[in-house]
Design a protein around this ligand. Structure first.
Ligand code: NDP
Ligand SMILES: CC(C)=CCC[C@@H](C)[C@H]1CC[C@H]2C3=CC=C4C[C@@H](O)CC[C@]4(C)[C@H]3CC[C@]12C
Length: 423
């Protein structure tokens, strides 16, 4: 919790001052005639972005605007999975509407009406980083206090013996304001994922202002990122049944992660392309496009198969044949027995997390839009690999605990975790 922001700030500084070269920021230290505490401290302070009033106004204005859209825009009601304490919570899934309204207003007001430059996000990036960090830490602390003093669902809280652990992974499962303002869905989707394409767009405009055109690499990046983001909102109801919503509690990991990590680190390729415009050859362009769409096909098909089999209680066709399912029973903390099912055919018969393989292909395609000159744009795929491998282990332990003998049966039927015959 103490060091995460430094990594983000280091990446920001590398891009802002050294054209996204990850080694160059260290030169003042490597070349210092004498390395002492004063040199290190001056270097350290020199790497920090400067807070500005405009940065705070933009960030908190943005947050309030998204909160208003989340609260007031219409949308269908979706339901999460049953929580360990036995609640099935409703969610208003209006993310697609919020995405459309936000983009029309932002680009309409900037590019259409000229009320502010569309590069405003790029132009205030350092100051926004400060404001987002302030909010990320505030939200972590607030969620911790809320969990102790006024929890939304007391029976679904999880306490460990460590305050640090509780701060990091969270105590409350589904913290809410009122009945419907859900912290997890809001922070993930709105300041986090709606921002993703908006930030990209602003950086594309900055590239145009800088070199007079938008490179094909930047267009391709916009397309691939938009595909991923729009998929998320189109399938927002599906997201209610993923690990983040069904199993993770709300602490620093999601509070700071959604406020800072997601908008700042997931968009690194567009920051890179502003400083290092890349014109891709046609064969390379087509290869990266194909990789991105191939990955997306796998990612979405795997996720849809699970959704479909659970929606129809296993009475559906997977790859043209009746779904092969393991019917399971598990206990919730109130002592009640519940039923669920595990799909063991289709992509879920190929490997236990084949959706992650699709996601890794998409991630690689995002990074490859930047060519091979620097390592910084590849941060995303490296991070995703580490995150998803960790998630496979975490999920394995959770499912083994939840499903017991049924999970063992599934493991026997589907021995590979990520990719057949490899892992
Ligand atoms: N861009 C990013 O930063 C990230 C993207 N993602 C993507 O988000 C998507 C969701 O990922 P995630 O939530 O991690 O994982 P999944 O959507 O794969 O959900 C895992 C859960 O599904 C259930 N499950 C496991 N095996 C089966 C089975 N055989 N049949 C039916 N249900 C099963 C279990 O929950 P239960 O049975 O309890 O319901 C398990 O905990 C993925 O496509 C992933 O690639 C993920 C992480 C980061
Ligand atoms: C270092 C640190 C504190 C990391 C925080 C990580 C979170 C911001 C991410 C962890 C899991 C991520 C996501 C999971 C699944 C998703 C579905 C996909 O369709 C869109 C992206 C996402 C919502 C993604 C968003 C970031 C995380 C919550």
């Amino acid at each position: 919790m103490a060091t995460c922001p430094f990594l983000v700030i280091y990446f920001w500084h590398a891009c802002d001052a050294h054209k996204c070269d990850l080694i160059a920021p260290l030169n003042p230290l490597l070349n210092a005639p004498q390395l002492n505490a004063e040199v290190v401290l001056n270097w350290f302070l020199g790497c920090f972005p400067v807070p500005t009033q405009e940065g705070f106004a933009l960030f908190f204005g943005w947050l309030l605007f998204q909160a208003a859209l989340y609260t007031f825009l219409p949308g269908p009601v979706g339901y999460g999975q049953m929580t360990p304490a036995g609640f099935v919570l409703p969610y208003i899934v209006n993310g697609m509407n919020a995405w459309i309204v936000t983009h029309i207003i932002f680009f309409g007001a900037s590019l259409g009406l000229g009320l502010f430059p569309a590069s405003i996000v790029h132009d205030n990036w350092g100051a926004l980083l400060v404001a987002a960090n302030v909010y990320g830490y505030f939200l972590t602390a607030f969620s911790f206090v809320k969990a102790h003093l006024f929890p939304s669902h007391p029976a679904d809280r999880k306490f460990s013996s460590s305050v640090i652990y509780d701060l990091f992974f969270g105590i409350e499962f589904n913290p809410r304001f009122g009945k419907l303002f859900d912290f997890k869905l809001f922070h993930n989707g709105r300041p986090g994922i709606v921002a993703w394409t908006l930030i990209n767009g602003s950086f594309a405009v900055a590239q145009y202002q800088k070199i007079g055109y938008v490179t094909n690499s930047m267009w391709l990046l916009q397309l691939l990122h938009a595909m991923y983001v729009l998929d998320f909102f189109y399938n927002e109801d599906w997201y209610l049944r993923t690990i983040d919503i069904c199993h993770d509690h709300f602490g620093f990991y999601l509070a700071w992660g959604d406020s800072v990590w997601l908008p700042f680190m997931y968009t690194l390729q567009s920051h890179y392309l502003v400083r290092n415009p890349v014109d891709l050859s046609l064969p390379y362009f087509l290869t990266v496009t194909a990789l991105g769409f191939f990955g997306y096909y796998i990612f979405r098909s795997v996720n849809d198969q699970k959704n479909e089999v659970r929606r129809t209680d296993g009475k559906c066709l997977i790859w043209g044949k009746p779904a092969k399912v393991i019917r399971t029973e598990f206990l919730t903390s109130d002592g009640k027995v519940h039923k669920s099912l595990l799909l063991a055919s289709g992509f879920w018969g190929v490997a236990r997390h084949f959706n992650y393989f699709g996601d890794l292909c998409i991630s690689l395609a995002f990074c490859m839009t930047c060519g091979f000159d620097h390592v910084l744009p590849y941060f995303y795929v490296i991070y995703m690999f580490i995150l998803l491998m960790g998630r496979i282990e975490r999920d394995h332990h959770r499912c083994a605990g939840k499903y017991g003998k049924y999970w063992v049966e599934y493991e026997k039927l589907v021995p590979y975790k990520l990719f057949p015959y490899i892992y």
